[in-house]
Design a binder for this molecule. Structure first.
Ligand code: ZN
Length: 652
């Protein structure tokens, strides 16, 4: 295995930093090697992925596009001193607005407060002697500068009418929650086994006469101009479809964009979930409903991706050997499964992010959302390899390891193997760990009560940790050598004993199941290994570090704890579960907690991260024939945002 596969220093490179945001670059590994036909498919789908950007801006708040366009004009035509604090404040505001696809924080939902003054903006607007500038001043200034106007994008709870209190543009004309709920309640049929996603692709507007009208987002309807752009590029993708089914998927999506018919959307989703043969795949449409206070209306999102063959080969190999691992698991043979089936996870790389997947993006996809389609047709669940890798790479360069890792020897381990063994840990945990083992006959699966999920995560983690150090992984060609597993052992203990404490507020204990599990495992092996000094907490200049003396003995400890956790689960031993979790998983050492938080705070890391896309372009020969699709990774965040606003903007 070639560890340096695509290492060009692109993945995870820092592109910009402002407010609480860091913008990174992701690399699209192996793109150059794809057949031209696949590249062209990706190209046209990628163009379609960029065309819906303005839809999302408008969905998030009706003032977003007027504000973005006016401020972009001011920003690009500004001739004054670019170090002027007022100008810099305007630049930061604009960067935040681009990142959030609007004037409210993408995660916290609160409206941004500009640090530039109305007087400064007035002065700049004088350069635009058009009537629209005057209207902007009158209509939009309160939205920009008054914190009481449209303070929150989406209000999810509280005493207020959630619909009226939210700034999102899904409801207009003074509609209230009860009116909206009554409107959609009338559409639902009782006991419908295949209900439509009512309201998913429309705005609801109360007219002057009191009537309520649904304005559907489709070609010729609301957002029709942007949808025209999307549809045009999807049509151009059709000749490059990999097979008949994928062609049918694209054609069905086109039907849906043309008609806005939700039954067609369900038909499309069923076709899409059944297309597991295509190597290139995409999401493009009104999908997730998180930003609607009532969870009905979907924001527009897109991504284009293709299978990561190396990573998917890894999960397939693990899964094919599931029985081998199960038969040798260091647990009581009575608790082993006679017939075990591994789960094979698919790993993908994204080539383009759009709409609500950009610049902030999830690291996995699990769709479709309709419960009855999931029940009857299944779902696609994938992890996004190159985004995960970019996060990992960014973490290496931010001073975190310099601060918390004991010495250069451990840092070197982490640099060389850390990403691979971290991915492999996840694979073993998901593909084998949860599915291994069995309950004794008659044992209630819920016997461990509130401790059940912590113990279940511990079981899967321990299975992964134990087998990471097994020669079988070398034999399968998944790990390169006998040193590699040490990287995961070190980072797991460092996280469980020290660094995950940064996420706990002062005075609090560990609550979340995954975090309890990690501390439980790390603390248990630390305590049990004390006589032999297997793992130590060393102090240097007032700072605490993890030091591992004996990695082989540590593996034995993981195996012993796995045997005990499996016994607890198989026998439903509630008292032992409680004792284990309460003794090792919950309590926080206040002095250590304080120290770790202080060290972390000094690193000054951005809490939120997002990405710029590569610039993707066609290369043509003299006759105009497309001979290649290339990627350019040099664009800055500001350049990309301004280019998107110029090239993918539609009069909505
Ligand atoms: Zn899990």
């Amino acid at each position: 295995m070639n560890l340096s596969e695509t290492e060009k220093g692109i993945s995870g490179a820092a592109v910009d930093r402002f407010a609480d945001i860091q913008v990174l670059r992701y690399e699209v590994p192996g793109f150059e090697m794809l057949p031209l036909r696949q590249k062209q498919l990706i190209y046209h789908l990628s163009e379609a992925a960029l065309c819906g950007r303005d839809i999302l801006f408008d969905q998030n708040c009706s003032y977003n596009l007027p504000i973005r366009r006016r401020l972009e004009a001011v920003y690009t035509q500004y001739t004054g001193d670019r170090d002027n604090p007022e100008f810099l404040a305007l630049e930061t505001y604009l960067k935040r607005l681009w990142f959030a696809n609007g004037i409210h924080h993408h995660y916290g939902e609160d409206k941004f407060r500009p640090d530039f003054s109305p007087a400064f903006l007035d002065e700049q607007l004088r350069n635009f002697p058009d009537p629209a500038a005057d209207r902007f001043r009158e209509a939009v200034y309160p939205v920009l500068f008054d914190p009481a106007v449209l303070p929150k994008r989406c209000v999810q709870s509280g005493d207020l009418d959630l619909v009226r209190a939210s700034a999102v543009n899904y409801y207009a004309g003074g509609l209230g929650r009860e009116e909206v709920e009554a409107f959609y309640a009338r559409m639902k049929k009782p006991d419908d086994p295949a209900p439509l996603s009512y309201g998913l692709n429309s705005s609801l507007v109360k007219r002057a006469d009191g009537g309520i009208e649904e304005q559907v987002w489709h070609l010729g309807g609301m957002y029709g101009k942007a949808i025209e752009g999307i549809v045009g590029h999807l049509e151009r993708a059709i000749p490059f479809a990999e097979n008949k089914r994928q062609e049918a998927v694209i054609r069905k999506l086109l039907d849906y964009y043309r008609s806005g018919d939700l039954k067609t959307f369900d038909d499309y989703s069923i076709l899409w979930v059944g297309d597991t043969a295509s190597e290139v795949d995409f999401v493009n449409g009104f999908i997730e409903t998180y930003a609607d206070p009532l969870g009905l209306k979907a924001s527009w999102e897109a991504n284009v991706n293709y299978i990561d063959k190396d990573a998917s080969r890894r999960t397939r190999l693990i899964s094919e050997n599931a029985q081998w691992f199960e038969d040798r698991s260091p647990i009581d043979p009575r608790f082993r499964k006679p017939q075990v089936k591994g789960v094979s996870a698919k790993v993908i790389n994204v080539a383009m992010l759009g709409g609500d997947c950009y610049p902030s993006t999830p690291i996995g996809i699990n769709l479709p959302n309709a419960d009855w389609i999931r029940r009857d047709y299944g779902s696609k669940s994938v992890t996004i390899g190159n985004i995960t890798r970019a996060y990992d790479k960014a973490a290496e360069g931010n001073g975190f390891h310099e601060e918390f890792v004991w010495s250069e020897a451990e840092r070197d381990l982490l640099r060389r193997y850390g990403n691979l063994t971290d991915d492999l840990h996840t694979d073993l945990h998901e593909c084998l760990g949860h599915g291994s083992g069995q309950l004794l006959p008659g044992v209630d699966p819920d016997a461990l009560g509130a401790y059940g999920s912590t113990l279940e995560e511990a079981r899967a983690d321990l299975f992964a940790l134990y087998y990471l150090a097994d020669d079988k992984l070398l034999e399968l060609g998944i790990l390169p050598d006998k040193e590699a597993y040490k990287a995961e052992y070190y980072s797991y203990l460092m996280n469980g004993l020290l660094t995950q404490l940064v996420r706990i507020e002062p005075g609090k204990q560990v609550e979340e199941a995954h975090m309890r599990n990690r501390q439980l495992i790390a603390r248990w092996v630390f305590e049990q290994g004390k006589p032999a000094r297997t793992v130590e907490l060393k102090s240097r200049e007032g700072k605490t570090y993890v030091f591992i003396n004996d990695y082989r003995r540590l593996r034995d400890l993981f195996g012993r704890l796995l045997a005990e956790v499996q016994r607890i689960k198989s026998e439903g031993d509630y008292r032992a579960a409680r004792a284990l979790v309460e003794t090792y998983g919950v309590q926080v050492d206040p002095a250590l907690h304080k120290e770790v938080r202080a060290r972390y705070a000094r690193l000054n890391l951005a809490p939120y991260k997002g990405f710029v896309n590569p610039r993707m372009y066609e290369v043509r020969d003299k006759s105009g024939q497309v001979v290649d699709i290339r990627l350019d990774y040099t664009e800055t965040y500001v350049e990309q945002m301004l280019r998107y606003s110029r090239d993918y903007s539609f009069a909505l």
